[in-house]
Design a protein around this ligand. Structure first.
Ligand code: ATP
Length: 210
């Protein structure tokens, strides 16, 4: 379980949110909603341990993430706004690189994974020559490699077409059905996951979360 205890986030002397507590249990899908600038990315970065809260703490399986960084990171897949892919490598090579670095136990067939994300026929194309949505698909293909139980995904649907969104939503349901945890931000309405997602609204004006 991932837990946030009374988090306060301050940016440039402005309090984005304060006293924010949240728990994500196995099997749960949580959507962080709110307008541009509300602090959604800032919250996800705190929860992923990429930045530190002004006040409060984040814990994984009951232990402060500062004290269990290795096991936390082994269980975490974080996708930020940047796709994090290497333009000079092909789509296939990018995925093979991710597997070597972060999904060592994975026995997934990379060709099949790339087909799952709609990149069949583009496996050997340089990532730098792919469209924005295709680059995003290369990054998202990592979700099919297995391993981490906790997925923290910042705007995963950006640049993804309707069919791709459906495929991803289905994967989120499969992952949570298998006891995984998914935490996402998106400005889009969820469809397949609509009845399943718990929504946390971040409001910039109130400087807290409901
Ligand atoms: N590195 C930073 N330094 C200073 N201020 C920052 C930094 N990152 C974000 N901010 C500010 O924090 C506020 C919240 O930004 P954040 O990216 O968390 O919002 P968001 O809800 O994810 O927005 P969006 O929906 O546009 O992605 C914004 O006002 C932004 O200008």
């Amino acid at each position: 379980m991932l837990e946030a205890h009374a988090l306060t986030c301050v940016r440039e002397e402005r309090t984005l949110f304060s006293d924010l507590s949240l728990a994500v249990a196995p099997g749960e899908l949580v959507q962080i909603a709110g307008p541009n600038g509300a602090g959604k990315t800032s919250l996800l970065r705190l929860l992923a341990g990429l930045s530190r809260p002004y006040e409060g703490a984040v814990s994984w399986q009951g232990e402060n993430i500062e004290q269990c960084r290795d096991s936390f990171h082994q269980n975490l897949f974080y996708l930020g706004h940047q796709a994090g892919i290497k333009h000079e490598l092909s789509a296939y090579e990018n995925l093979a690189f991710f597997r070597r670095m972060h999904h060592k136990g994975s026995t997934a067939n990379l060709w099949e994974v790339l087909a799952q994300v709609g990149l069949a026929g583009l496996e050997e194309q340089y990532a730098g020559q792919l469209s924005a949505g295709q680059k995003r698909r290369v990054a998202l293909a990592r979700l099919w490699l297995g391993g981490p139980r906790l997925w923290i995904l910042d705007e995963p649907f950006t640049a993804i077409d309707k069919h791709g969104v459906k495929v991803l939503e289905r994967l989120f349901l499969e992952h949570t059905d298998a006891g995984g945890m998914v935490l996402i931000t998106t400005h889009q309405d969820l469809n397949l996951c609509a009845g399943r997602a718990r929504i946390l609204h971040l409001s910039p004006s109130r400087e807290d979360a409901q």
